[in-house]
Design a protein around this ligand. Structure first.
Ligand SMILES: [Zn+2]
Length: 262
């Protein structure tokens, strides 16, 4: 992955930290929702945005804030099968993601699908990654995105790690206001460079838990068998659901995203 990140860098990229001075005034505590501006949530698989940021998304809908979902993959590899099945599963999961966002308050959610291979971000060519970066830059420029939410760079799922590094690379030359990470799968170990680069924030979602639970329930393919011929595959563990349905959603404000891609 270090190789991937290096390949994405070009000499003319800005090397200075991306965050504006305003970030330095933030104290640890609740996320400053009113200051976020248009946000983009990078979601490696259809359900990560719901699990990691479902309460935040619902709050944004409540307040009329703009939310764009960057769907890195279509999640077609969660249950093994032939190409026909994978195409169908991708459609099922895309529809689930859309319904979940409907539940969270966005009747016509802004979802951008990159269509990268589920389970294969680590193996993508440099050229493909560069094309993805170009497209992500176009998306954030056209929507005037000011705040990013991306998976934690030390999440133990490789697709999540690569997504984090790609977005950190994009952040190098874009004046984001805030760059937050959310954790889905716990790291096997935490690197010092990650922990010293982050400050913890939370958002009280106690009044939104029922909504978030209902949104997660839309991802039926990840909770139950949706096709009797494809019963093998991923199923959300109860421990994950318990962790994501607590009273607070946790995020980390990343002070220097560039450190992630170096
Ligand atoms: Zn995922």
């Amino acid at each position: 992955m270090e190789q991937v990140a290096s390949a994405l860098r070009s000499p003319e990229r800005l090397q200075s930290p991306v965050l504006k001075p305003a970030c330095a005034r933030l104290c640890e505590g609740d996320i400053p929702i009113a200051e976020l501006g248009p946000i983009l949530i990078a979601s490696p698989h259809p359900d990560d945005e719901t699990l990691g940021c479902g309460g935040l998304i619902s709050r944004c809908a409540e307040l009329g804030c703009s939310v764009t979902i960057l769907a890195m993959t279509k999640g077609e590899a969660s249950h093994p099968g032939d190409r026909h099945w994978q195409t169908r599963l991708a459609q099922i999961r895309g529809a689930e993601q859309r319904r979940a966002l409907n539940v969270m308050g966005f009747s016509d959610p802004d979802i951008i699908e990159l269509g990268l291979p589920d389970g294969g971000l680590e193996s993508l060519s440099t050229e493909t990654l560069q094309r993805a970066c170009v497209k992500i830059r176009e998306i954030i420029h056209s929507r005037r995105i000011q705040t990013l939410f991306v998976p934690a760079v030390d999440d133990c799922h490789a697709d999540h790690q690569i997504t984090a590094k790609l977005l950190a690379d994009v952040a190098r030359d874009y004046p984001f206001r805030y760059f937050f990470s959310y954790q889905i799968w716990l790291p096997t170990s935490r690197r010092l460079s990650v922990t010293t680069n982050e400050r913890e924030y939370g958002h009280d979602i106690s009044s939104l838990i029922a909504l978030k639970r209902s949104a997660i329930f839309q991802h039926q393919s990840q909770l139950n068998v949706v096709d009797p011929n494809h019963t093998e595959g991923f199923r959300m563990p109860p421990t994950l659901l318990d962790a994501k349905l607590g009273n607070t959603e946790s995020f980390a404000l990343v002070s220097d995203p560039a450190a992630w891609s170096s």
